[in-house]
Design a protein around this ligand. Sequence first.
Ligand code: ZN
Length: 151
Amino acid sequence: MWLLTKEAVLTHENLKKRGYQLASRCTLCEEHAETINHLFLHCTWTEQLWRMFSCLKGIRWEKPGSIKGVLGSWNRDGNASDKEKRWKLVPACIWWTFWKERNNRSFENRQNSLQKIKMDCLALFYFWCKQDILTRTEDIFDVLDCLYAAV
Ligand SMILES: [Zn+2]
């Protein structure tokens, strides 16, 4: 998250700035150059997870065009109560999920379907909620209900 907010994640865009010669192409959609904003915000694959979590959160959300903008906007409203703290994990869940998928495709020649990526992201969301936020059994059921609505 720190590297992302500093726009220092080693995407093709940043590798080029360091002098690497690359034919940059997003490993997910294979349509656009791999930039931080494309990979983590605007790729059609990434968009689907943002849309999924917006629906789960029950909001209509206009996603800003930068990582910092997203963090500020996503965390601004409706996350104050203990019950709603879980939503703060969403950007990190989405970005970590896609960074792992991107690296699997780039270095391991392995790729998951969008459905599998969504399920992995939801599982990560549940795991992180359970580790850091959920303290009562009712909270766990609440998150599971939320995840059930997503599938
Ligand atoms: Zn893409």
